[in-house]
Every structure is written in C-alpha cells, then in structure tokens.
Write a protein that binds this ligand. Structure first.
Ligand code: SF4
Length: 210
C-alpha cells in the first residue's frame, strides 16, 4: 500500500451556505480556489459546498482566502442552517419566501451556543415538501393560511414522519417555536439526540398532533 506523507493527506472542507444560495463573486472565489488547488466540488444534500481532496498543507491557506470573501465553515457555526426548497417566486406553488425565512433563522440564532448536535431544520414553500420538512427534526411547511411546524421527523434506516405541532403560524411564531424546541432539546441528557427520541417525553411541550 502506498505511504502517504503529511503533504499528501487530504480531507474535505465544507463551506456553509444559508439556503444553498451562492452569490456570483463568491462562486468565482470558490472556482478560483478549486482550479488552483486542483480540488473536486461536491454540492451536499444539506445545500453546502464541500471541497474534496483538500491537502492538509493547503487547508489553512484555502480557509483564509475564502474566509476573507465571507465563507463560514462546518464546525464554526453551531446552529443548523435550514435546508430549503426554492419556493416563491421561483416555484409557482410556493406560499412564502423560504430563502427569507432561512436567513431570518440564521440571523436570529447567530452565535447561539446552547445547542447540541443532531438537530436539522427544513423549510418548504408548500405541502409538496420538496426539502423534506416532515422527515426532519424541525420542519416548516407553507400553506395557503400560514406556516405549519413539524417536529420529530427523520430519514435513515427507519424513517419517521414528524408530528405537526403548530398550524397557521407567522414567521415570528416559527422563530419562537424553534427557540422553544432547541431549548428543550438542549435541556435533555445525552450528547447527540434526534428530536424523535424526545417527542413522547411527558414534559415535551407539544404532546399532541394538531
Ligand atoms: S415544496 Fe412546493 S414551493 Fe417548494 S419547490 Fe416544492 S413544489 Fe415548489
């Protein structure tokens, strides 16, 4: 087997993007880095940009260069970024602006420290649920009369559909409910917990589907 020196060792580096959006200048900056360092780009299912085959010796320089263009990297941001569908105005079925809500959530929870791993958030503009909100820990779904909130969904080997806990919410209520749910999650014992393990607790704040 071929020996790898420290110089040859590679790993991935994930650049976080709110709602999967990439502005042209940033796109160009990433493309420049990819060409120069001969990397592979993988667009992840969580709507981030993952650079593959980053050599250990190049990692710091790449991070520094992209951070100067506004990049945030996996591991630097504790609060999960919401996965979103495109919705209004890019999809005619969309009932609200999913990108705007994803940015609001990102801004509201910026620097939020009281969160444990394993929570995911998904936002869809309508009940077609293209971003999988019903199978995510916390899911937001647009309807003609407001936003529905689901909790406890998951994919994986044993997928589960979440419990609908709130109907017809506005965005302020969505933020408040997310805060309540992550605070509850944080208060529970255990390091890595999916929400589905908590929703049948006696003190879970939303015991019944609505
Ligand atoms: S969930 Fe609805 S609004 Fe969002 S992309 Fe799918 S069909 Fe369009």
């Amino acid at each position: 087997m071929e020996d790898r020196t420290a110089e040859d060792k590679t790993a991935s580096l994930t650049i976080l993007r709110t709602a999967g959006l990439v502005e042209p200048d940033f796109f160009q900056a990433v493309a420049d880095v990819v060409r120069r360092y001969n990397l592979t780009v993988y667009l992840s299912t969580t709507q981030n940009i993952r650079l593959l085959e980053v050599r250990e010796n190049d990692r710091d320089a790449i991070m520094k260069e992209l951070a100067a263009r506004g990049a945030r990297f996996k591991g630097q941001v504790k609060f999960p970024l919401a996965k979103t569908c495109v919705s209004r105005p890019h999809c005619k079925l969309g009932k609200f602006d999913t990108f705007a809500l994803a940015h609001r959530i990102d801004a509201h929870f910026h620097g939020w420290e009281k969160i444990k791993p394993k929570i995911k958030i998904a936002i869809s503009g309508c009940t077609a649920a293209c971003s999988g909100p019903m199978t995510t820990d916390i899911g937001i779904v647009g309807t003609p009369v407001g936003l529905d909130i689901y909790v406890g969904g998951k994919l994986g080997a044993n997928p589960k559909v979440g419990r609908r806990i709130v109907r017809r919410a506005d965005e302020d209520r969505v933020i408040a409910v997310i805060e309540e749910l992550v605070t509850y999650h944080y208060s529970q014992p255990g390091k890595k917990l999916r929400m589905f393990k908590l929703i049948n607790n006696e003190d879970f704040p939303y015991p019944e589907p609505v």
